[in-house]
Design a protein around this ligand. Structure first.
Ligand code: NI
Length: 169
């Protein structure tokens, strides 16, 4: 299982670079990410969250759908938006509603380099937008107003401190 980077780590705030090598190393990393995601009970994981500053992420939905997106680009979004309570494995334990387009069109490559286009709605559209943000150093809290963001970060820091104290005892 891979270590997941947490809020405050620089790699989460960097703009990632394009993947140029579609080799075994990428496949192995993707497989390790799926395992990590399953272990962490999450539905999406982006490369910077495991300390890799490159443009790719994976999605694994509760209905069993698994998909990887290499060098993704969101090429279309619906005018219609909806709120959804988001969380992030890089900020464990805190959640907040985020308003985003309900549907997206995304262009990306598979692990073998093959290009594809996907029209996504529902949870898939939500996770795609959240994970794609990670590739530009953007976290879900950045979509909140200042007051809500401060509340969420404060709650997160409180939880982290409690955990650290718990470990010492
Ligand atoms: Ni996240």
């Amino acid at each position: 299982m891979l270590d997941i980077c947490k809020l405050g780590e620089e790699v989460l705030r960097e703009k990632c670079t394009k993947v140029t090598k579609f080799d075994d190393a990428l496949r192995i990393l993707l497989d390790a990410m799926y395992e990590t995601l399953e272990e962490a009970d999450g539905i999406g994981l982006a490369a910077p969250q495991i300390g890799v500053n490159q443009r790719f992420f994976i999605v694994s939905l509760p209905d069993g759908t698994q998909r990887e997106f290499i060098n993704p680009e969101i090429t279309g979004t619906s005018v219609e938006t909806n709120p959804y309570e988001e969380g992030c494995l890089s900020l464990p334990g805190v959640y907040h509603d985020v308003e985003r387009p309900s549907k997206v069109i995304i262009k990306a490559q598979k692990a073998n380099g093959e290009e594809f286009t996907l029209k996504a709605s529902g949870l898939m559209a939500r996770v795609i937008q959240h994970e794609n943000d990670h590739l530009d150093g953007v976290l879900f809290i950045d979509h909140l107003n200042d007051r809500d963001r401060e509340k969420v970060v404060h709650e997160y820091n409180k939880r982290q401190n409690r955990q650290r104290r718990g470990k010492r005892n």
